[in-house]
Design a binder for this molecule. Structure first.
Ligand code: GLN
Length: 183
């Protein structure tokens, strides 16, 4: 990898521009992946943002992006999924061995923000928006954060996922942790 990593950010729907801004602030070029040709660019890592997982899944198929991305992820490309990105990495790409509960916090707690600990990262602000959590994880999954008894951040090999949205805060430490996975 060169000294100025290039990260493709899936830009079909949801919070992609916030990720690009977070990446930029730690010296990473984030470029938008909107169509199949974008996968031909040099790519050191991938971000799948939050949004609506059913909509993103549909667009992945319609735009014929799914297979190309799955190949790259299966071949070890570092990938970071937030919220809907977590759901897609678990349920569609089968890239991380976790069971995810969608919209897990119900209506009243639909959106909230807390400070909590994430392993290898520290105490960070966590913004949850109609978030999923991880109900159970396979033995090769490293659990990175548990909030109120529910797993909200985890990693398996090249795949990092969070239920919450670090890109919606000014704290860049989760993106910096992802940067360390790029090699
Ligand atoms: N509830 C959304 C879904 O199921 C995820 C919410 C988010 O990404 N902020 O796809």
């Amino acid at each position: 990898m060169n000294s100025y990593p290039k990260i493709g950010v899936l830009a079909l729907q949801g919070g992609f521009s916030e990720h690009i801004r977070s990446l930029q602030s730690i010296g990473i070029e984030g470029f938008e992946i909107r169509k199949k040709q974008d996968l031909n660019r040099t790519i050191d890592g991938l971000v799948i943002p939050g949004g609506e997982s059913t909509v993103i899944a549909k667009l992945l198929d319609e735009l014929d992006l799914f297979d190309g991305l799955k190949d790259k992820i299966d071949n070890g490309l570092p990938v970071f999924g937030t919220c809907a990105g977590l759901i897609l990495l678990a349920n569609r790409f089968h890239a991380i061995n976790v069971a995810v509960k969608r919209n897990a916090y119900g209506r009243q707690l639909g959106s909230f923000s807390i400070d909590a600990e994430m392993k290898n990262v520290g105490m960070i602000p966590m913004v949850f928006i109609r978030a999923p959590y991880i109900e159970s994880a396979g033995k090769d999954v490293e659990i990175l954060s548990v909030v109120d008894g529910h797993i909200v951040a985890a990693r398996e090999k090249n795949v990092l996922v969070t239920s919450f949205h670090p890109e919606l805060t000014s704290d860049t430490r989760v993106h910096e942790y992802f940067k360390k996975l790029l090699s």
